[in-house]
Design a protein. Structure first.
Length: 99
């Protein structure tokens, strides 16, 4: 993501939502539409500067750029940069890394 015009701060990460397609039992693919719920999975495209701990040190991230993650449903803030939708998520709101 060279040339990305946005960088999260502190313990936040920038996530590009993964588009999910629903497949019915008969194999029919139903693309994601606007009336469905927000995605809860995405790929990390940028890391913040790190969360400041009470002792003044900066915590290292448990995730890295390129990780596919699952995050809390209502935690992300939506942003749009150059027509591309991103989510800003607190690292504490990331529930798991998908392998």
């Amino acid at each position: 993501m060279a040339g990305l015009k946005i960088k999260p701060l502190g313990g936040r990460v920038l996530v590009k939502p993964l588009e999910e397609e629903e497949v019915t039992g008969s194999g029919l693919i139903i693309p994601q539409t606007a009336d469905k719920e927000k995605p809860q999975q995405g790929e990390i495209v940028a890391l913040g500067t790190g969360k400041m701990l009470e002792d003044g040190t900066i915590a290292k991230f448990n995730v890295k750029v390129g990780d596919k993650v699952v995050f809390k449903k209502y935690s992300p803030d939506e942003v749009e940069v150059d027509g591309v939708e991103y989510l800003v998520v607190d690292e504490d709101d990331i529930l798991a890394v998908i392998s």
